[in-house]
Design a protein around this ligand. Structure first.
Ligand SMILES: [Zn+2]
Length: 259
């Protein structure tokens, strides 16, 4: 069936049984490539879910080493791995989880030049980093190369997730935060975060990524749905975001737009 081995069919059986997914949706996962920027609180559970789901090629960018204070929420890592590079441990754990996929790691900062080198060869980008400067860099690179961006953020007792499709005339991350200070840190090391909240938002990012890959996406890709989750109130809220006509990211002639 679509060149899956019996072992792969057994592994992915619960996906294939879902009518909206089937073997075709699973084949789309196998043939897809996803670049994850930051494999901390959000990126680690996201990478686990995408690896388990059979995304064929996963790139991981992170230059951090594992710190004891990470272990309260980054459950991909454990106590003996303190001090190791996150990319090394993530590659080892994810390959053990699913040997049928390829994991590529980059123990570097997500600079503009690294993004320019990597983005063209990936289908989709996921951002789980913790500062506006990197987030704007990632967003601008996705707009420039015409890539869909799944963005997640978490702080305290909640978080949010959104999918941006600038190549379909959709908004970008700058449209959502036009007044953000690039030097500001969205840092749970300062603000704190409920441990499992990172897995909730990281898993929602995985869901949004798989919806894109499996082509279960909405008919209006130019609209972005921002989903906001509040742990205390036990609520999910959503609002629609369209492109900000004043957003500077779209005034450039470099922008890739699909017609
Ligand atoms: Zn924008």
């Amino acid at each position: 069936m679509l060149n899956f081995t019996d072992v792969e069919l057994e592994r992915y059986a619960r996906h294939i049984l879902v009518p909206e997914i089937g073997a075709i949706g699973q084949a789309r996962c196998r043939d897809a490539s996803v670049l994850i920027i930051g494999i901390g609180g959000l990126g680690a559970p996201l990478a686990q879910q995408l690896a388990a789901s059979g995304i064929g090629r996963i790139g991981l960018i992170d230059d951090d080493h594992i710190d004891r204070s990470n272990l309260q929420r980054q459950i991909l890592y454990d106590t003996p791995s303190i001090g190791a590079l996150k990319t090394d441990i993530a590659r080892e754990k994810l390959t053990a989880l699913n040997p049928h996929i390829r994991i590529e790691t980059y123990a570097e900062r997500a600079t503009t030049s690294l993004l320019a080198k990597l983005l063209p060869s990936y289908d989709l980008v996921c951002d789980g980093t913790d500062n506006f400067r990197t987030r704007f860099n990632v967003s601008d690179a996705c707009t420039h190369y015409g890539k869909t961006l799944i963005s997640g953020a978490v702080q305290g007792l909640g978080g949010q997730v959104a999918t941006f499709r600038p190549q379909h005339h959709g908004p970008c991350y700058r449209c959502l935060f036009p007044d953000a200070d690039e030097n500001e840190t969205l840092n749970c090391s300062r603000a704190g975060v409920l441990g499992p909240a990172t897995s909730v938002i990281g898993s929602l990012m995985a869901v949004e990524t798989l919806k894109e890959v499996m082509q279960l996406t909405p008919q209006t890709p130019e609209h972005t749905i921002v989903t906001s989750w509040d742990a205390l109130k036990s609520t999910f809220r959503r609002f629609e975001l369209t492109r900000n006509p004043d957003c500077t990211a779209h005034s450039s002639s470099n922008e890739v737009v699909l017609t």
